[in-house]
Write a protein that binds this ligand. Sequence first.
Ligand code: PCA
Length: 201
Amino acid sequence: MKVLMTGFEPFGGEMVNPAWEAVKLLPDLIAGAEIIKLQIPTAFSDSVSAVEEGILRYRPDVVISVGQAGGRSCVTVEKVAINLADAGIPDNAGEQPVDEPLQADGPAAYFASIPVKKIVENVCGHGIPCHISYTAGTYVCNCVMYHVLHLAAVRYPGIRAGFIHVPYSAEQAVGKPAGTPFMPLETIAESLEYAVEAVIC
Ligand code: PCA
């Protein structure tokens, strides 16, 4: 079993993206599954082509994309991706789609095909707070989740896919207003490990 884990480049003025930093900390093997780690651009068009290249190259059974959700207090597992791009800020390539469909002939939404509730239960069961989220937003993360599920539906049947948002890491919270939620990077990485375990076992 092969799991492709993607993490985004930093964006929005941040020096790091805790998603990619946490993915990098993962072991190469979780519950017997091979973990492949891929950094992808925080850009609408380039992110999707980078993940598809990864799928073609590694032929994974599962694709879990991970992104930063600054302001959330713990790891959240996304249930749904919607067919909408509505960017509040330009992406790293300078693109800023407003109120546009991601896929002209695609369905309005896709549900994650990884077991969202089971993941949340496994992470929480190990003493780390974790929640389901019913919105991945309308920026690049939602775009990647939607497109990977669309690719799985139309071109790569058998691939299971989903998305996990992570909070700011502790170092990112330094200098931000008091009360800004964060999690130590190691705890974020542990959450991801338990998430993968729940998908595999
Ligand atoms: N978070 C952004 C895009 C890249 C990332 O890490 C988002 O939530 O859309």
